[in-house]
Write a protein that binds this ligand. Sequence first.
Ligand code: BMP
Length: 246
Amino acid sequence: MFESMFRRRILDNSLGKKSRIVLAFDEYGESNSVLERLNWVCEHLGEHLACIKIGYPTILSTGLSELRKIIFRFRDENLFMADVKMADVAHTNSLIARILYETGFDAVISHGFIGYKGGLEGVFKEAKELNRGVVIVVSMSHIGSTEFIDPNMEKLVQIALKHHADGAVAPATRTQVVKRVREIVGNKLLIFTPGVGAQGADYGSGISAGADFEIIGRSIMCSSNPVEAVLEVKKKHDRILSCRAC
Ligand code: BMP
């Protein structure tokens, strides 16, 4: 199976750091304090994280040029994923993806429901040219996902597979969806599961359902001791993974 650079790097990182955690960094507010917080995360939590996912609240607070400096400072030991859930026409998606990859992001998240022709193709084109990652949302952790997205989940997974995405986002809050995605994709896609912690799913619920990674934000970032919180999650994941191996 063809292994993209992002897939290889995140799996190596995960193995080396013994971590299935993708930290959702969604800090916002005054630019310098957000940047300082990100710097702190890279220095103190980075050794325990498979990847750092940065979302709109942060990107809109800091802008890209300062963010770029931090990403470039820490990118040898850390992976960075831009969570902008693209959902535009190909030309615009292509510009957004290029700007984010040039900022140093290793992967971008895009919605799948826009379809490939004239939509997702812009993202895949940039990813291919710059050898970076694409992760497709196939189901979401909030209940509204069952209205429009989930009835099309299997088609979204097929688009991700057909165009060689690196991974899919599926909800730890509805583990039957994660299990079904795993049944369809085998080991061809990495599965990233948000919804753990602050949104109510237990630590480890995504991994137990067959996901590769859990996306976790507030329950780590808002805890009084984020390092301890990360270590607690890792312990939970270790227990589940060692049971899976027996
Ligand atoms: P938290 O653990 O604080 O709820 O953060 C979850 C993160 O995952 C947020 O960055 C959110 O935007 C993202 N996310 C989600 O919660 N549900 C989805 O279906 C897809 C996401 O990317």
